[in-house]
Design a protein around this ligand. Structure first.
Ligand code: AIR
Length: 185
């Protein structure tokens, strides 16, 4: 039997999946059980309402909601549950996700949504872990290790840059200018 989900990842469409899967990846990294749901605030508002109203009783502790365009999903969910809601603005072809960002971030006083960067689903997962870690020592320790690993990576990159020099530093870490050849290692 799979573990009781602590985090619900809700998305407005299956087209949001490639972005929202990153939230799942972050939760998996920390061993947090989650469920993923497709439920559009506009195309199936009843389903969204049912899910949000039943979320706390179902054992969820945090909801991550991602949508693009007129992205009302996180706000609507936040209006129907007292669980913390983390919003992920998903990028869009016409307006690049600024539309999603503004739709999610400008919540009225009284109904907050913790809004991430455009396509910031990985950070949404991390934020959920940080919330759960308030009551979970094991997660706190994992978060400390995660930060240490990040810092160690930066030190490694810095060391490599100093060693090989500005022009030979590569390994996919630096974006080449158009027409620029990658120098040999
Ligand atoms: N969306 C779905 N219902 C309401 C909204 N705002 C969003 C989805 C997706 C975008 O519309 O979250 O980012 C396009 O959806 P689709 O299904 O047309 O690809």
């Amino acid at each position: 039997m799979s573990a009781q989900a602590e985090v619900g990842i809700v998305m407005g469409s299956d087209s949001d999946l490639p972005v929202m899967a990153e939230a799942g990846a972050a939760l998996e990294r920390f061993g947090v059980a989650y469920e993923a749901v497709i439920a559009s605030a506009h195309r199936h508002p009843e389903m969204v309402a049912r899910y949000a109203r039943g979320a706390a009783e179902a054992g969820l502790k945090v909801i991550i909601a991602g949508a693009g365009g007129a992205a009302h999903l996180p706000g609507v969910i936040a209006s129907l549950t007292a669980l913390p809601v983390i919003g992920v603005p998903v990028s869009t072809p016409h307006l690049g996700g600024v539309d999603s960002l503004l739709a999610i971030v400008q919540m009225p006083r009284g109904v907050p949504v913790a809004t991430m960067a455009v396509n910031g689903a990985f950070n949404a997962g991390l934020m959920a872990v940080q919330i759960l870690a308030l009551e979970n020592r094991g997660l706190q320790e994992q978060l400390v290790r995660y930060r240490r690993e990040m810092a160690a990576q930066i030190e490694e990159k810095d060391e490599r840059l100093r060693r090989v020099g500005f022009h030979r530093y590569k390994a996919g870490d630096r974006v080449l200018h158009p027409g620029e050849e990658r120098p040999p290692d």
